[in-house]
Design a protein around this ligand. Structure first.
Ligand code: PMP
Length: 288
């Protein structure tokens, strides 16, 4: 075993990453017929874990997929992976697929055993450089499928978008449908209007129902911020006072440039900064 090898979880077993195996017939591999969750780890504890599990159940239900492990089992496995891999700060990725079956578009017969895998990644989250300098985003057309509310592993377009951003010297992409921003490649998108109102797209099949979004909006309301859940155009975003994203591993991170337009004065604004502080205080404080 090398120092860098992680212990990962595959269908109930803990094994070295070099020894982990999944069938080539796995429907996650062949059809992206799988869903996932990413939970942030801070100080060895899981942030917003129960909300991630609630969304996992919803994704499974929407795709009529079975789970091989209940919430208590998943929690125990998360905690064991954190311990075995010495994760202080980073994330746990968990994926459940419909399982392995001979290749056929139609779902396999009931009783096919789902595949479940989990692995950890160490990564600075609180001390990440991005929230300090803010991120630059490019805009791209949103050509993903119509059920973005289900957290599937069908992430090719998000991957292309992030890659295009990187090629353009930016950090991420904001996706635009019919002139309105849907979300970022792997985060929810927000603006702060000149009146100081926080605006983010309402929940629908067009966006992922972000766990961090729900927490941040509820903490924001408790702290006296006013928010509106409505669509906003790319032009409105470019003219906004501030812009930011939320996700499990970026928390609240300011967007300081969209395409070639600096947002506000082009630096991290007070609302994004304050919301990040509140989220760290509240959500990280309540981690389990
Ligand atoms: N939208 C998309 C498309 C995402 O991939 C993600 C994160 N995976 C989010 C939003 C943010 O969701 P969460 O806060 O639950 O990480």
């Amino acid at each position: 075993m090398t120092q860098t090898e992680r212990t990962v979880f595959v269908n109930g077993d803990y094994c070295l990453e070099s020894e982990a195996k999944v069938s080539i017939f796995d429907r996650g591999f062949l059809f992206a017929d799988a869903i996932y969750e990413v939970t942030c780890v801070i100080g060895g504890k899981l942030v917003d874990f129960h909300s991630h599990m609630a969304r996992l159940k919803r994704s499974l239900g929407e795709l009529d997929m079975a789970t091989p492990l209940d919430e208590a089992g998943i929690l125990a496995a998360h905690r064991r992976l954190v311990e075995l891999n010495g994760i202080d700060e980073g994330l746990i990725y968990m994926q459940i697929s419909r399982g392995a079956a001979d290749r056929d578009f139609t779902f396999p017969a009931a009783g096919t055993v789902p595949t479940i895998v989990m692995f950890t990644q160490k990564r600075p989250v609180i001390e990440s450089p991005y929230p300090k300098r803010g991120i630059a985003v490019i805009s791209m057309p949103d050509i993903r499928w119509g059920r973005r509310d289900i957290k599937t592993v069908q992430l090719l377009y998000s991957s292309i978008a992030k890659n295009e951003a990187s090629k353009a010297g930016a950090d991420d992409a904001w996706l635009v449908q019919d002139g309105f921003v849907t979300e970022a490649s792997s985060a929810n998108a927000y603006i702060v209007t000149t009146e100081g109102r926080i605006v983010t797209r309402a929940l629908s099949n067009d966006v992922l129902h972000g766990i961090t979004r729900a927490s941040v909006l509820s903490f924001a309301a408790e702290s006296g911020f006013v928010f509106e859940e409505r669509s906003f155009t790319l032009d409105e975003a470019k003219a906004a006072k501030e812009a930011f994203i939320t996700s499990a591993t970026s928390f609240v991170t300011a967007v300081v440039r969209i395409d070639d337009t600096p947002i506000g004065d082009g630096t991290v604004g007070p609302v994004s900064k304050r919301l990040r502080e509140i989220y760290i205080d509240r959500a990280v404080g309540a981690a389990i």
